[in-house]
Design a protein around this ligand. Structure first.
Ligand code: 5AD
Length: 360
């Protein structure tokens, strides 16, 4: 698939022709990653953040947001909940928490790896090489960091770098891969300022980076952020070739991602489910995705992990959550994957090379 074909599909509006794209993505999904849907227990363990991304509701200077960091005991309890539900992996996600002690997190990862069969994904933002090495040595299997957009100009305008020589996330991702992590990234679809050409580039970057996990979701404006405010108050200021932040565009990106990276794990995201609570996850899983996130953050913290407003499943009870997931999988004729659900992309890469850092 070349860039002209990607662009053509991104512009396609005809439902019958789009059905061809959905069918292609679905059959590639079945062929390369099978019918299992891997469930990942999501633990949003800290909403502290030192970064001031223009789009994100957890940005450092949003003073009105109450901040939390879960205790070790709370994190381990959520991890054990994942085990008791039969999930093979957890995703420990946080803001770019400057108070996050690398040794503290390493010790928690070590405990989880020692006491459970879980694969552990960390997603804690742009961290130093020392921290990434420390967590990898502690046994963390995967690291997830979205590059959000491959357009350097757009990135610069929405993400103030912390230091003047902070590397671009595309470079950080290569470092993460070199440490032997199963590596994930993704973008936001329809960020104000995102052009069709840059979205084509993003999908080509997925392939070029040889990513193992690719999670992309729609941009959802948050009124307490600079970018959210302008996009809500003056949508007429959008650039002429602005990509829309719609549900349909998100499915197109997911399906094209499957075409570009057939062996990657592709989650259907909470942001997508937020745009369409009834059908979003189902349609995502029918249009390329093979992974689903299930929120295991203790309910008392969930509303504070407010990246964007009206996040789906904030008030859902564990019983309702289990029921929703099993009904969804049954309606698709698919089943929950057992074990860690490592992506075939990573299995192939791992068998071809010895990682630089192995578990101590
Ligand atoms: N809408 C949708 N997704 C967002 N993210 C941050 N802010 C928003 C928003 N307003 C996504 C980013 C980030 C991930 C944790 O959440 O892609 O990497």
């Amino acid at each position: 698939m070349n860039s002209a074909e990607i662009l053509h599909w991104l512009h396609e509006q005809d439902p019958d022709r789009l059905q061809i794209l959905w069918d292609r993505a679905d059959s590639l999904r079945r062929k390369h990653v099978g019918d299992a849907v891997h469930l990942r227990g999501l633990i949003e363990f800290s909403n502290n953040c030192r970064s001031c991304c223009q789009y994100c509701g957890m940005r450092a200077d949003r003073r009105s947001l109450e901040r939390y960091r879960m205790t070790e005991h709370e994190i381990l309890t959520s991890a054990r909940e994942a085990v008791s539900r039969g999930y093979g992996a957890i995703v420990m996600q946080s803001g770019e928490d400057s108070g996050l002690d690398a040794e503290w997190l390493a010790q928690i990862v070590e405990t989880i790896k020692r006491e459970t069969p879980l694969a552990v994904t960390l997603s804690c933002g742009e961290r130093s090489r020392d921290e990434l090495v420390c967590w990898r040595k502690a046994g963390a299997d995967r690291y997830f960091l979205r590059f959000e957009t491959s357009s350097r100009a757009l990135w610069k305008s929405i993400h103030p770098p912390r230091t003047k020589d902070s590397p671009h996330r595309l470079e950080i991702l290569n470092g993460i891969k070199d440490l032997g992590y199963e590596t994930g990234s993704g973008i936001m679809v329809g960020i104000p300022g995102q052009t069709w050409a840059s979205l084509v580039d993003d999908i080509e970057w997925f392939r070029r980076l040889d990513l193992d996990m690719i999670g992309s979701g729609p941009f959802i404006p948050h009124v307490e952020t600079p970018l959210g405010r302008t996009s809500l108050q003056s949508p007429q200021h959008a650039i002429p070739d602005q990509v829309p932040n719609t549900e349909l565009m998100t499915y197109k990106v997911m399906a094209l991602t499957r075409l570009a990276c057939p062996r990657a794990n592709i989650p259907t995201t909470t942001a997508l489910a937020t745009l369409n609570r009834e059908q979003g996850s189902k349609l995502g899983l029918e249009r390329g995705a093979n992974v689903m996130m299930v929120n295991l953050t203790p309910p008392k913290y969930r509303a504070f992990y407010e990246i964007y407003p009206e996040k789906a499943c904030i008030g859902e009870s564990p019983l309702d959550q289990k029921h929703r997931v099993s009904t969804l999988l049954a309606s698709l004729g698919r089943y929950a994957g057992g074990g860690p659900g490592t992506s075939p992309n990573f299995q192939i890469r791992r068998s071809a090379a010895t990682p630089a850092v192995t578990r101590s």
